[in-house]
Design a protein around this ligand. Structure first.
Ligand SMILES: [Zn+2]
Ligand SMILES: [Zn+2]
Length: 137
């Protein structure tokens, strides 16, 4: 099994809970911890939210999952992908669009040049309106 191998390489034991949490992150993509807990409970009814949080933390520490803040501080987890991406979040309909991090380079480079600030746009969703919500009266 691929996950087992990955975790072993990182010196982490694959507990059934960890495996379920990782699978849930990969399946749901950009899910909240609550949504992930609900998903895991379908096969592992006893698991509680704090256990899910703990497992997410462990998986994030070894680089298998990442979180991003979407909307009003809501955490969403996605599986670590080969390419970093930024998130665009529509505040009207909740749509979440993934964009390659390069798309944000104009902004991040000017912030770096003008303020010496290293912006991490993968960590925070960019708020706004999607095309169709913007078109509504
Ligand atoms: Zn993402
Ligand atoms: Zn929208």
């Amino acid at each position: 099994m691929a996950e087992k191998h990955e975790l072993h390489q990182k010196g982490l034991r694959l507990t059934p809970q960890r495996e379920l949490v990782l699978q849930a992150v990969r399946e749901l993509d950009h899910a909240t911890p609550e949504e992930l807990a609900e998903k895991v409970r379908q096969t592992h009814p006893g698991i509680n939210l704090s256990t899910v949080y703990r497992n997410l933390e462990t998986l994030e520490n070894v680089g298998l999952v990442q979180h991003s803040h979407v909307g009003h501080g809501g955490l969403r987890y996605h599986a670590a992908k080969e390419k970093l991406h930024a998130h665009l979040n529509c505040e009207s309909c909740g749509l979440l669009i993934e964009v390659p991090i390069e798309e944000t380079s104009l902004l991040t480079e000017s912030l770096l040049n003008n303020y010496g600030f290293h912006t991490d746009l993968a960590h925070l969703a960019i708020a706004g309106r999607c095309e169709s919500c913007f078109a509504k009266p």
